[in-house]
Design a protein around this ligand. Structure first.
Ligand code: MBD
Ligand code: FE
Length: 279
């Protein structure tokens, strides 16, 4: 089909029949028109058969709640990060901790603690290695920010997240930590295992057809926010993971892989500078 005809059809389908002009959202209209045009063009160019087309419709019907997992798997979450960074750079607002994707597994409403928190409920200690992390929230000038919110969430030693894995207690491995008067936060938890997409799911099905794995390296998610500041969405990765630079979600980034220090007993924490954890 000619390009002109495809454009005319898309225009007709989206703008040719408007029954309630007062309800039209021009932005939704513009985006839908563009996506429909591009989709019809792809069907034309690739000679997508009717069977293939309907298999695609069925795929999306079955995808359901896994849409939030398809997006990172196709690299679109990371792409959105790069788009946001372009805008921030243009506005002269770049710098600071590098951002990376939120992923689909954040849950709001985690318990709030001041300064230091224990994230794990203690049930995963046979499989888990105890982990301490501490840090400071700084402004662009390097001044610590007291009372900043550090929201932390991560998977257990099997790579599963509370709420999505009903075998875990509510808000296990999820906390909001308010930085102390020096802008510091710290927490005790267990070392997570990298998440993998469900074996029986629709995302796995597509990844299989693309010859790709569906594993993430072990990681911990963060939102850091404070009044008068932009919120940053980021993660850290646990160094040494086999998928560290082979993330199915393309979210590993330079600057987000802190040094891991191994200790044998609590007394060594202080020697290694983990004073928050020792306290
Ligand atoms: C995760 O834990 C995650 O962080 C992402 C991006 C996708 C799926 C699971
Ligand atoms: Fe995650």
């Amino acid at each position: 089909m000619e390009r002109k005809q495809i454009e005319q059809l898309a225009e007709k389908f989206i703008k040719g029949k408007i029954d309630y002009p007062e309800k039209v959202n021009p932005r939704v209209q513009e985006i839908t028109l563009r996506l429909l045009t591009d989709l019809m063009q792809a069907i034309n160019d690739l000679h997508i058969t009717a069977d293939e087309y309907w298999a695609g419709v069925e795929y999306f019907a079955d995808l359901g709640k896994e849409a939030g997992l398809l997006s990172p798997g196709l690299g679109l979450d990371h792409f959105m990060d790069l788009m946001i960074e372009e805008d921030l750079q243009a506005a002269g607002l770049d710098g600071g901790t590098v951002r990376t994707i939120e992923g689909p597994l954040y849950v709001a409403g985690a318990p709030v603690e001041k300064g230091f928190a224990r994230l794990d409920d203690g049930t995963d200690l046979e499989n888990g290695t105890v982990l301490f992390m501490q840090g400071t929230v700084y402004d662009e000038a390097g001044k610590p920010i007291p009372n900043a919110q550090v929201e932390v969430w991560h998977a257990n030693s099997l790579g599963n997240y509370s709420f999505f894995d009903e075998s875990q207690s509510e808000f296990n491995l999820r906390r909001t930590i308010i930085t102390d008067e020096n802008g510091n936060y710290g927490f005790r938890s267990i070392v997570p295992l990298g998440y993998s997409v469900p074996d029986d799911g629709m995302v796995k099905k597509l990844l299989d057809a693309l010859g790709r794995h569906g594993h993430r390296p072990a990681h911990i998610h963060f939102f850091a926010s404070a009044e008068g500041y932009r919120k940053v969405t980021t993660q850290i990765n646990i160094d040494g993971d086999e998928y560290l630079w082979d993330d199915f979600a393309f979210a590993s980034r330079e600057g987000l892989v802190p040094e891991v220090k191994m200790v044998d007993d609590a007394a060594q924490l202080k020697e290694k500078g983990l004073d928050k954890a020792y306290a």
